[in-house]
Design a protein around this ligand. Structure first.
Ligand code: SAH
Length: 213
């Protein structure tokens, strides 16, 4: 009950009050138990207005940033979506509520394993996980209606653009190591339109088309 109250407060004060109004998006944040995706010693912070360390030097993003990125995907519910950087699995769970099928790639096996257990416990059956270098996407299931990247890149990975379907939207932080611009790339046929959405700061996407190890 305490978690449910905290979750409702999070949606009102961190999301709705900051201009996010899409009812489906807000409902997903009410439905997914964020505390189930943070380490047990961080439970008290689960609904706080900030990112939280999840181990292996990685973080689960601030709820508002997750919401802002998800909003940019313009999901209606019938989409097949690719997520790069499963991390805790929190955003994966939200995507499972907002899209038809979710494909998620994580580089670190330990994080992928924990995320898989959590998503299974929640009974989310439309999620498919793999351990790989997500800077190269997941070609097997392409094209995707949406691609969302939870780690920063110096420039948009060509592989991700290649796996984006017509009218598909790619949302990712592009820029320097410390500060980036949340960027939306939209495909229309063979042309790509890129729009900046907000300033942000993400951990690096380490891989062939991301940052070097
Ligand atoms: N959105 C996640 C947090 C992502 S943190 C959540 O809700 O918890 C960024 C994640 O990207 C980390 O788990 C990191 O290991 C992963 N990552 C970094 N480089 C990667 C790559 N090349 N391919 C896939 N995942 C990568």
């Amino acid at each position: 009950m305490a978690h449910e109250d905290a979750r409702r407060r999070m949606v009102e004060t961190q999301l709705r009050a900051r201009g996010l109004h899409d009812p489906k998006l807000l409902q997903a944040f009410l439905d997914v138990p964020r505390h189930a995706f943070v380490p047990s010693d961080r439970q008290v912070d689960a609904y706080a207005d900030r990112p939280i360390p999840i181990g292996a030097g990685q973080t689960i993003s601030q709820p508002y940033i997750v919401a802002l990125m998800l909003q940019q995907l313009h999901l209606l519910g019938h989409e097949r979506v690719l997520e790069i950087g499963t991390g805790s699995g929190y955003q994966t769970a939200l995507l499972a509520h907002l899209a038809l099928e979710v494909y998620s790639v994580e580089r670190l096996p330990a994080l992928a394993e924990t995320a898989e257990q959590r998503l299974e416990q929640l009974g989310l059956l439309n999620v498919h996980l793999t351990v790989a270098d997500g800077s190269l996407g997941w070609g097997e299931h392409a094209p995707y209606d949406g691609i969302i990247v939870g780690a920063s890149v110096p420039r948009i990975p060509p592989s991700l653009l290649a796996q984006l379907g017509d009218r598909g939207r790619l949302v990712l932080p592009v820029g320097a190591a410390q500060e980036q611009t949340l960027t939306v790339a939209e495909r229309q046929g063979s042309s790509i339109r890129t729009t900046p959405a907000a300033g942000c700061s993400f951990v690096p996407l380490i891989g062939e088309e991301g940052w070097p190890v």
